[in-house]
Design a protein around this ligand. Structure first.
Ligand code: FAD
Ligand code: NAI
Length: 473
């Protein structure tokens, strides 16, 4: 068996692993990255990027269907060629994943294609066996970064077969629009992809176990999306649990328990989106003694160190917010730590975006969380897009910006946006919170006119009781 030696080996080339490897390369640490399936991980191949491409296509389709609202006539109805859309989506993914390869190589990182498993360490360092298409290879490394990501959770009786029961990967690969789809789990994936298919003409039903959708997001923001779902004809069942399903040949029949009663739903596809779990199995973590928490996530400290010297972990596999940008930040930090720099994952806020229609973007605390953290009195300012010139002129007036500040100090605690462009608007708020800004900083900074970003400034003004474009109360 051939044997290669590195100062650092990263297992997994997702948005956690590949930036870690690139940064290690930049810091002149001799590095290899091991990837078993696809460069760029879930995010680039079957997650963030393809889903946003499909969401864009659905938005465009929907806009074209309603172009008449602003006086644009389209002869006939817009049509959809799913196969062509899939080819376009594939092209977007390919450009990015081949870019990752180029970046890794350009930074001197060795790419090993295969499945990694940790073995008992030897006197010369940690040992990994990589099953490649040419047989097993041994890699010896001073440092190892576990960046193996996550996969969908299955619930009893609902085995993902990518035919009737599909996960996000299956939902992103459909080359025909199903007539009916039940989405189990009204979280990020269920609502992003449920809305896509609703726009393409599928009759969508969302089955959510909790009393409300998107439980981690600001409830006022979610209410706006909730209304939109209803307007689109999506049926939302909350306090509802999928119990079982039966294949009837031409359809599936799902049994749901809702408020203690049983209901059945006829459907063509069932999208299972009830969360994701860490990829820690068959990695040899028990062989080397890496500790996991109760839910199976690898335990890592703020320097991304596990309990075993020289073994680090980042990204979805350590839990917390399972988001690409959080994984990437951890990847950059772990590279610095391994290179001997003083670095830690020490952030005030991790922004999150749900790419529904309209989008929800959030950073910092919600009102409930702020109160729990001891901020007894809050200043909350809400500015509706319906009062903003730019929003009116692009015919996207749903939603608002909400700014939450401590009433005593003015410290900015949270910003929650629901509306067109929320995904881009949130970064200003994240920067403000990172810099310890007060609401006045947002209010006093000149924002260009007419732009959607003015709503952030206006919401801060509302919080301070100094709004110009809405009546102060
Ligand atoms: P992953 O991306 O899961 O990468 C881990 C890699 O490790 C994989 O490539 C895997 O093949 C490899 N691997 C695993 N085990 C081994 C092994 N033993 N040997 C070798 N290689 C191995 N996040 C956002 O921030 N924004 C979004 O818009 C967004 N959209 C999403 C849409 C969908 C449909 C999904 C499913 C997720 C989305 N996410 C989004 C979440 C995001 O994809 C993840 O948070 C992110 O991919 C985590 O990065 P990671 O590097 O930790 O893991
Ligand atoms: P999720 O955690 O966002 O939502 C899962 C939902 O399913 C929850 O509302 C939960 O209450 C519900 N649920 C759980 N068990 C259920 C059951 N038996 N019956 C009915 N409902 C049930 O998980 P999701 O949507 O699978 O996404 C996984 C993760 O991927 C997200 O948490 C997020 O971290 C990431 N992601 C991020 C995106 C983004 O940043 N825009 C987009 C897509 C995914």
């Amino acid at each position: 068996m051939s044997e290669q030696r590195f100062d650092a080996v990263v297992i997994g080339a997702g948005p956690g692993g590949y930036p870690a490897a690139i940064r290690l390369g930049q810091l002149k640490v001799k590095t290899a990255v091991i990837e078993r399936e696809y460069m760029g991980g879930v995010c680039l191949n079957v997650g963030c990027i393809p889903s946003k491409a499909v969401i864009h296509a659905a938005k465009m389709f929907d806009k074209m269907s309603h172009a008449d609202d602003i006086g644009i006539g389209i002869a006939g109805k817009p049509t959809l060629d799913m196969k062509k859309m899939q080819t376009w989506k594939g092209g977007v993914v390919n450009k990015l994943t081949s870019g990752v390869r180029t970046l890794l190589k350009g930074n001197g990182v060795t790419i090993l294609e295969g499945t990694a498993k940790l073995e008992k360490p030897g006197p010369d360092g940690h040992r990994i066996v990589v099953q490649t298409k040419d047989g097993p290879q041994t890699v010896v490394a001073k440092n190892i970064v576990i960046a193996t990501g996550s996969r969908p959770i299955e619930i009893p009786g609902f085995k993902i077969d990518q035919q009737r029961i599909i996960d996000s990967t299956g939902a992103l690969a459909l080359d025909e629009v199903p007539k009916r789809m039940v989405v189990i789990g009204g979280g990020y994936i269920g609502l992003e992809l449920g809305m896509v298919y609703a726009k393409f003409g599928t009759k969508v039903t969302v089955v959510e176990a909790l009393p409300r959708l998107l439980g981690t997001m600001d409830k006022d923001c979610v209410a706006v999306v909730d209304r939109k779902l209803k307007k689109m004809g999506v049926e939302v069942m909350v306090n509802a649990k999928a119990k079982s399903w039966e294949d009837k040949g031409d359809r599936a029949v799902l049994t749901v328990e809702i408020d203690g009663k049983t209901a059945t739903i006829d459907t063509d596809k069932i999208l299972l989106s009830v969360g994701r779990r860490p990829n820690t199995e068959n990695l040899g973590l028990d062989t080397v003694g890496v500790a996991l928490d109760k839910r199976g996530y690898v335990l890592a400290d703020e320097h991304l160190r596990t309990n075993v010297g020289g073994i680090y972990a980042i990204g979805d596999v350590i839990g917390g917010m399972m988001l690409a940008h959080k994984a990437t930040k951890e990847g950059e930090v772990v590279a610095e730590v391994i290179a001997g720099h003083k670095a830690a994952f020490d952030v005030r806020t991790i922004p999150a975006v749900v790419f529904t229609d309209p989008e929800i973007a959030s950073t910092g605390l919600t009102e409930e969380e702020a109160k729990e953290k001891g901020h007894a009195k809050l200043r909350v300012g809400k500015f509706p897009f319906a009062a903003l010139g730019r929003a009116l002129s692009v015919n996207e007036t749903d939603g608002f910006v909400k700014v939450i500040a401590d009433a005593g100090t003015g410290e900015l605690l949270g910003v929650h946006i629901v509306g067109n462009g929320a995904s881009d608007l949130i970064s200003e708020a994240a920067l403000a919170i990172e810099m310890g800004a007060v609401a006045d900083d947002l209010r006093l900074t000149i924002h260009p006119h007419p732009t959607l970003s003015e709503a952030v400034m206006e919401a801060a003004a509302v919080a301070l009781g100094e709004a110009i474009h809405v009546i102060n109360r």
